[in-house]
Design a protein around this ligand. Structure first.
Ligand code: NIG
Ligand code: FE
Length: 390
């Protein structure tokens, strides 16, 4: 039988509710909230809390919305630690490394793929991430990509068909033919299981024209665009994303003034993924420049076996604060409400009436500790739809 639960004795509550405190995190000190039927029913000061069927004493901890990961590549098999080690000894990262994972992923069974997705979604969850977008993209054949999105759809509502990640071996030098195959064979079938269409618009991956063709086909099949852009070089990914009113453009490391202006005047979120820049020894994106221009910034971990084999959003928050020049408040917002906006969701990323009761408690008096205490496992409880999961 469903019963209401009062969470109380919260030292610092991050609500992300503009009605509480516009322009910041909607923080309430000495707070409480009520969960009813998996949703937030009431939020306010502990002293004014109404009665509920059950009470949960948070013991002076901080509580914040579950992190929203808007960018992961969990449909994969295999390990690329040797490639990582070579990079740390000076080898440059190239998109071609993706082909190593394609080979392994193509021969996986549905169960192997599902086990892998669940393993890393569970890692995310333990560290406070209650929503995870999952991309395919290591199949790069119609059959393997359809398999990937179909399996991913059994694990999350946020499934992305990364139709063009890198042209596989058998299409080497025949990129246009690969794109045509994706349009004719892959996208129409995969669209039954995915919500988003993504493309890696980058030197060594796909050109602007090829990327435009992929996104156009995705839209024709009811998918909503998101783009990997400007990760390794200056290029047209950002402008293409804005042209398509994409939900987000991700990586955004190498940006022209025109890119920043276009983002500032769009509905497209710029998603920074500093785990990838960390593990490829790439430059970091200048999140400060984006924020100062009025761009909406989201922060994700980008878990994938090639460039960013981490599921730790707290780790990415620490980097974002130290090296992307975000304030701790901006980084926490970007990893919660920002991720929700990048997925065009208004039911997650906040603790305010009507939202899904997805939240975490920290072994810390406030959210600043996420960046202040890097590498420390502060997440001490995670609730999804009102149920304690960890
Ligand atoms: O988000 N940018 C392209 N895709 C992945 C990495 C892919 C790989 O190297 O396996 C990323 O960084
Ligand atoms: Fe990616």
């Amino acid at each position: 039988m469903a019963s209401s639960q009062l969470f109380t004795n919260i030292k610092t509550l991050v609500t992300n509710d503009p009605a509480v405190d516009n322009g910041s995190l909607g923080i309430i000190e000495d707070a409480a909230f009520i969960v009813d039927e998996g949703k937030i029913a009431w939020v306010g000061s502990a002293g004014q809390a109404p009665d509920a069927d059950q009470q949960f004493d948070v013991d002076g901890r901080a509580v914040l919305p579950g992190f929203v990961e808007s960018h992961s590549h969990l449909v994969f098999q295999g390990d690329r630690s040797v490639e990582f080690a070579a990079r740390m000894e000076g080898k440059k990262y190239e998109a071609g490394g993706i082909r190593t994972t394609i080979e392994k992923t193509r021969s996986a069974t549905d169960q192997q793929l599902k086990t892998n997705i669940q393993r890393y979604m569970n890692e995310y969850l333990r560290q406070g991430t209650t929503t995870v977008e999952v991309k395919s993209g290591y199949g790069q054949s119609a059959a393997s990509e359809v398999q990937g999105v179909k399996v991913a759809a059994t694990c999350t509502d946020e499934v992305t068909l990364l139709a063009a990640h890198v042209a596989p071996e058998e299409y080497a030098g025949r990129q246009d033919e690969y794109v045509q195959m994706a349009i004719d064979e892959m996208i129409p079938l995969a669209a039954n299981y995915a919500k988003w269409i993504d493309v890696f618009c980058e030197k060594g991956a796909f050109t602007e024209e090829q990327s435009r063709a992929i996104l156009t086909a995705g839209v024709q099949h009811g998918l909503v665009p998101r783009v990997h852009g400007n990760q390794l070089t200056y290029g047209s990914g950002v402008l293409l994303a804005v042209e398509f009113d994409a939900a987000s453009v991700d990586h955004v490391v190498y940006l022209s003034d025109a890119d920043v202006d276009a983002l500032a005047n769009s509905n497209t979120v710029a998603t920074v993924l500093p785990g990838a820049d960390f593990s490829t020894r790439n430059d970091y994106p200048n999140a400060r420049r984006l924020l100062d221009a009025g761009v909406t910034v989201a922060l994700g971990a980008d878990c994938n076996p090639g460039t960013s084999f981490t599921t730790s959003i707290p780790f990415c928050i620490a980097i974002a604060v130290r090296d992307l020049k975000m304030s701790p408040n901006e980084a926490v917002w970007a990893a919660t409400a920002g991720g929700a906006q990048a997925l065009r969701r208004d039911d997650i990323g906040r603790i305010s009436p009507g939202a899904r009761a997805n939240f975490m408690a920290l072994d810390a008096p406030n959210h600043l500790h996420l960046a202040y205490r890097p590498g420390v496992p502060l997440v001490s409880g995670v609730w999804k739809d009102g149920t304690l999961t960890h």
